[in-house]
Design a protein around this ligand. Structure first.
Ligand code: F0G
Length: 473
């Protein structure tokens, strides 16, 4: 087979910025060892997120010019609504400025004290929007999803037995919603199978629980189903996506991912009474129901992007480019989540840095070292993001310590990715010199965005342990 090439050519280019090692040392110190504080001009390759960072197509930019900025009844809204309705078959489509706005509206109506929301894995903002309503978010990921090194086709599946048991234990009336995140971002970008969606839906319907699809990366999930699940090889991605949504009662989506938009989202629902409540809240917090916090041009770009994302040459290139980076790393013995996910490669930081205990945040150490060594920005998805404290102030670590290298859509070429692999390989050679971190300051919720950290010992992140006093190692 020939090389799978980028299915586009480049029309507009944007500079990226080179820095010296000495400059990066200053930058990371001034950013309190938290890459969320680094300015883009100090970054060479930005793999912090695939959210809002896509390159839009010439068609999308043309759509931006056509955007109808009418306050109520914009043509762009109807274009957007028609597209989302076609894919989800849900009659009520509510635009929002991004995914978490959909979550905020939905969960503040459906949640409440004493209730539980179950999921394969809730993303951090989803969990935060649930917890802020004094509702408990419960992740019931399948067992294979929790072991990074062991490959399996659908590691994003929810554990159906655990779901049934949980319902029995807590009572269906205390569980208003089950969320399936497709693909499972916090669990390695792993897909959920159609069979798992179908069976989850059956359990939910039998118990009066609403099934919600967090659809940020629905097209990538649908493509994995096409590649891996028997019976789907000859179906189009759109047919598969439509079937996925057919099992759900509602969907939240951040259009910043699988719609190639820089901003935007939606909430799609079947239930009219619930939709009315959501729209009422939307008018207060986001805007009138035909724009919901977005400009007409954004609605237009999303409508076009949702169609482009389901094109197979694009998805083939997308999934292949992630697998390409993953293969380069694993061939060199670097522990990565297996198999690679759709939008990102996840390094297992616990295995990469086994000498750093989880309460010294090995994921964050690796994130900072990657920036120092190569100007690459990545994101910790581990105990800094999801850790909690017990009553004695001791860290309750996250299930996994991952570092996510998220690949923005249609942005970087193969040579950028080759460079990323080279930096990681070099760092792997000297991994024993990387030390842990401690938190100096943190917020009570979503702490990873603003936490300030320091190397555990002394000033430098890369230390010479050999010269250190025994007690300090
Ligand atoms: N759900 C999932 C699965 C997500 O990955 C995100 C965002 C959201 C909801 C919230 O959407 O950002 O538009 O409000 N994920 C980004 C990321 C931020 O980097 O993975 P949003």
């Amino acid at each position: 087979m020939k090389t799978i090439i980028e299915p586009f050519r480049i029309k507009t280019v944007e500079p990226i910025y080179f820095t010296t090692r000495a400059e990066r040392e200053e930058v990371i110190k001034n950013a309190f060892y938290n890459p969320f504080f680094i300015r883009s001009k100090d970054i060479l390759i930005d793999l912090l997120t695939d959210s809002g960072t896509s390159a839009m197509s010439s068609e999308q930019w043309a759509g931006m010019m056509r955007g109808d900025e009418t306050y109520a009844g914009s043509t762009s809204f109807f274009h957007f609504e028609e597209t989302v309705k076609r894919i989800t078959s849900m009659p009520h489509i509510i635009p929002t400025h991004q995914g978490r706005a959909s979550e905020k509206i939905f969960f503040s109506i459906i949640g409440g004290p004493g209730k539980y929301i179950v999921s394969n894995t809730l993303f951090d903002t989803t969990r935060a929007n649930i917890e802020i309503c004094e509702t408990e978010g419960v992740d019931l990921l399948c067992d294979e999803g929790k072991i990074p090194a062991v490959p399996s086709d659908f590691k994003g599946n929810i554990n159906l037995n655990a779901l049934k048991e949980f319902i029995q234990q807590k009572g269906a009336s205390n569980i208003p919603v089950c969320v399936l995140t497709v693909t499972n971002n916090s669990g390695g970008g792993q897909p959920v199978s159609m069979q798992n969606i179908r069976e989850t839906s059956k359990i939910c319907r039998a118990n009066g629980i609403l099934l919600v699809i967090d659809a940020c990366r629905f097209a990538e999930n649908a493509y994995f189903i096409k590649l891996r699940e028997p019976g789907y090889a000859n179906k189009s991605v759109e047919e598969i996506a439509r079937e996925m949504f057919s099992y759900a009662d509602a969907s939240t989506m951040s259009a910043k991912k699988d719609a190639f938009a820089n901003i935007g989202g939606f909430l799609a629902l079947h239930d009219e009474a619930l939709a009315v409540k959501c729209r009422n809240l939307l008018v207060v917090t986001e805007g009138f129901p035909t724009y919901g916090g977005l400009a007409g041009r954004d609605l237009e770009a999303i409508a076009i992007g949702l169609n482009e994302v389901m094109e197979e040459p694009y998805l083939q290139y997308r999934i292949r480019s992630t697998a390409y980076l993953s293969a380069k790393l694993s061939e060199a013995g670097i522990p990565v989540m297996q198999p690679p996910g759709g939008h990102a490669v996840y390094i297992d930081a616990k295995a990469f840095l086994p000498h750093i205990p989880v309460d010294q945040y090995p994921g964050q150490s690796l994130v900072c070292a990657l920036y120092l060594e190569g100007g690459i920005r990545s994101c910790e998805i581990g105990s800094l993001m999801f850790g909690k404290y017990d009553d004695n102030g001791k860290l309750i670590p996250a299930q996994m310590e991952l570092v996510r290298l998220a690949i923005p859509r249609r942005v970087y070429t193969q040579s950028h990715i080759d460079y990323v692999a080279e930096v990681i390989l070099e760092l792997f050679e000297k991994r024993e010199s990387i030390q842990g971190m401690r938190i100096k300051e943190e917020a009570p919720i979503l702490r990873h965005f603003t936490a300030k950290l320091l190397p555990y010992y002394g000033e430098n992140l890369l230390v010479n342990y050999e010269n250190m006093a025994e007690g300090n190692r």
